[in-house]
Design a protein around this ligand. Structure first.
Ligand code: T6T
Length: 315
């Protein structure tokens, strides 16, 4: 019965149960982000390195070349065999990474999720991310404001199915747009996180829907691709583009009018807190299971007062 199952969950090595023993004196941490050299993750990494150094911990940072689960799983395998006290990770797939992370946990490695998360909430000890559903709603509210009552079709560009963050952003955006009867929500499209695919989709959507008035790019690559397509079609500033994230290129595009708004996250906070939580978990101290960090809607009007939200492309 339920009681027996609960008891079984307390032993180590059980399916879905608690993890193996963690050495409270282990001073090695690993950070596996979603994509190498990508400014959102670089900003997490810079803050994480700073916090680890301040607390006397070693932080080994690795990432797949693309936002891609096969290479990320391979990296995780190597990290697990090096036995860090904690793996701080942005899982690139909400299901595929569950088994290898459960195995890490079974080996006494504290799993800390940053940014993305697994569907199975029992693996990680703690998760830190933006409230991505609210971020999608904020994107829609920003778009509605930019449109000032202008009717027409709107399109959201998602990345890869199974990316927890962008799935939530797309859902928040869709739910919010549906509250506005003058806007026609087109079916959300997947770009596989490729700017060129995002650009193609926006070009063909423009051709098929001449009443397109707004586009939401749920992350850096989708927004950049959409910006290219709108610029090539001579539609920059006519079709309102709301992006997510604030890379140096995205900030330039906001300034030069290729993008009208950006929902910026706080990756520095996520990286710093991620390391703090990892260390606490290694020491056996209680940590909050889930924490949401703040976001802000940047427009050309407020961007210069909010430069602390701009991401870094290097530390
Ligand atoms: O938007 C971020 C991140 O939050 C998301 O999970 C994946 O894409 C980014 O890293 C931007 O490229």
């Amino acid at each position: 019965g339920a009681a027996a199952l609960l008891l079984a969950g307390c032993g180590s090595g059980q399916i879905g149960g608690t993890g193996g023993q963690t050495d409270p004196n282990n001073k090695n941490l690993a950070l596996i982000t979603g994509q190498r050299g990508e400014p959102f993750y670089v900003s997490i990494e810079c803050a994480a390195q700073q916090e680890a150094a301040a607390q006397g911990y070693q932080l080994n940072v690795q990432a797949p070349e693309k936002f891609e689960q096969a290479e990320q799983s391979q990296i995780l395998g190597g990290i697990v065999s090096s036995k860090p006290g904690s793996v701080i990770i942005a899982p690139t797939d909400d299901k595929a990474l569950a088994a290898p992370l459960q195995q890490a946990k079974g080996n006494g490695i504290q799993v800390v999720e940053v940014d993305t998360a697994l569907e199975d909430r029992s693996v990680a000890v703690t998760s830190l991310s933006s409230d991505n559903y609210a971020g999608g709603q904020l994107a829609a509210q920003t778009l509605v404001q930019l449109l000032g009552g202008k009717p027409g079709s709107v399109l959201a560009l998602n990345t890869k199915a199974g990316t927890s963050t962008t799935d939530e952003r797309a859902k928040g955006f869709e739910d919010e747009v549906k509250k506005h009867p003058n806007l026609k929500l087109l079916p959300t499209q997947y770009t596989e996180n490729e700017p060129a695919t995002a650009a193609q989709i926006v070009s063909s959507t423009l051709a098929a829907n001449p009443d397109l008035v707004g586009v939401f790019g749920t992350n850096l690559n989708t927004g950049e691709g959409a910006g290219t397509a709108l610029s090539n079609a001579g539609k920059s500033g006519q079709v309102q583009l709301v992006g997510f994230d604030a890379s140096p290129k995205q900030v330039d595009d906001l300034r030069n009018g290729r993008v009208q708004a950006l929902i910026a996250q706080n990756p520095g906070k996520i990286g710093q807190e991620g390391v703090k939580r990892a260390i606490a978990a290694i020491k056996g101290q209680p940590v909050e299971r889930e924490t949401k960090t703040e976001m802000i809607s940047l427009t050309r009007d407020n961007m210069d007062q909010q430069a602390q939200y701009f991401y870094k492309s290097q530390c």
